[in-house]
Design a protein around this ligand. Structure first.
Ligand SMILES: Cc1cc2nc3c(=O)[nH]c(=O)nc-3n(C[C@H](O)[C@H](O)[C@H](O)COP(=O)(O)OP(=O)(O)OC[C@H]3O[C@@H](n4cnc5c(N)ncnc54)[C@H](O)[C@@H]3O)c2cc1C
Length: 338
């Protein structure tokens, strides 16, 4: 079976990796490498049991490819938070009412688990190289109900085409008249200086709504939700994050803020499957702010479904009410609010 993969991020390279393992011939178009040099965080502390399973599976995949650094994870939550998903999935955790120099209110707790720093840029670059991805951008084209790819003026035909181009998925598909259930949005992050005891921690503050993790020494990277696609962080964004961190840790100095593109789905989590109306087009997306946590597991499922000829169809957008892409299922704040 010959498969063309469009997109060279976590979703694309891992789909290609598993397709190859299953015996498919893969042609990959990766576009620009967009990952930062710093590691991304993989956490098992999530409110959805299936996400925890996929994160465990993804962690095992990364461990075969690179060295993965464990790091203490501190999730600040209301004392009444329901941690049933962690209990049911057998995630080891402690609930404490104080941790290091963190300032917690009387009705708040810190949930301590282990997160992992994944050198995503290194892993993705290695797989791109090994799988022979080109850095070219490709576009989709169709002949009736069959999709194919055009890159550098050449048409590339295959038994299956997998669209895995992150925030560009929607636009690439719309050019061949297909509406995908994904929406791009801007995710913001601030670079800060923080007290040294905080610098080594992965923190999710689900009361105030920010997450933070080590950046390149001596910096700390922290952010929160999201905004409209292609918009820069709002004015004063880094200062706002610094104020929240200061309330927890005594002080934080904002340096600057950056925006990146993420992609959401109506479920607030990843979706992968066959695109309705076409015989050979598949798409994977909606990895939201947690692609490094669940991406390899989602990609494995898609690769198996493509090769086995039993992929489910993606939801039909006309049957879905308008959805806000900023809902991230992995983020405890959303489940705590319900
Ligand atoms: C600031 C920030 C911090 C984050 N931190 C974390 C974290 O700590 N942990 C975590 O799990 N997740 C984190 N994320 C989210 C994570 O980066 C995404 O979920 C993940 O990258 C999505 O993977 P993807 O492969 O779907 O898309 P992308 O990573 O966007 O990859 C898409 C790829 O497709 C390529 N492409 C686009 N158009 C074309 C085309 N026409 N032809 C060929 N190729 C094309 C692009 O160049 C790109 O290489 C963060 C995101 C941001 C912005």
């Amino acid at each position: 079976m010959r498969v063309v993969v469009v997109g060279g991020g976590i979703a694309g390279v891992f789909t290609a990796y598993f397709l190859r393992k299953l015996g498919a011939e893969v042609v990959g178009f990766g576009g620009r490498m967009e990952y930062p040099l710093t590691s991304l965080v993989l956490t098992l502390s999530m409110p959805d049991g299936e996400d925890i399973e996929m994160a465990r599976e993804s962690l095992a995949v990364y461990r075969e490819l690179a060295s993965v650094r464990p790091i203490t994870s501190v999730d600040i939550m209301p004392a009444t938070a329901d941690l049933g998903s962690l209990r049911r999935a057998g995630v080891k955790y402690d609930v404490v009412d104080r941790y290091g120099g963190l300032l917690l209110a009387r009705d708040e707790v810190a949930v301590i688990t282990t997160d992992y720093l994944i050198p995503v840029r290194r892993v993705v670059a290695k797989l791109r190289r090994e799988l022979g991805f080109s850095a070219e951008k490709a576009r989709l084209a169709r002949e009736g109900r069959t999709a194919y790819v055009v890159a550098d003026g050449r048409s590339v035909k295959a038994d299956a085409v997998v669209l895995a181009a992150g925030a560009s998925n929607r636009e690439l598909a719309s050019r061949i008249g297909v509406e995908l259930p994904f929406r791009p949005y801007s995710c913001y992050a601030a670079i800060l200086l923080v007290p040294s005891w905080l610098r080594g921690l992965s923190i999710g503050d689900y009361v105030m709504s920010w997450y933070g993790r080590p950046g390149p020494w001596p910096f700390y990277i922290a952010g929160d939700g999201c905004g409209e696609a292609h918009t820069p962080p709002p004015r004063g964004y880094a200062a706002r994050i610094a104020r929240m961190i200061s309330r927890r840790a005594g002080w934080a100095v904002p340096l600057y803020a950056k925006a990146g593109l993420c992609e959401g789905s109506p479920t607030g989590g990843p979706l992968a499957g066959k695109v309705g109306g076409l015989e050979n087009l598949y798409a994977v997306g909606g990895l939201d702010g947690y692609g490094s946590m669940v991406g390899p597991a989602v990609a494995r499922r898609l690769a198996e479904a493509v090769v086995g000829g039993r992929a489910e169809s993606l939801p039909d957008l006309s049957e879905i009410p308008e959805f806000g892409p900023c809902v991230e299922r992995h983020d405890w704040s959303f489940s705590l609010r319900r």
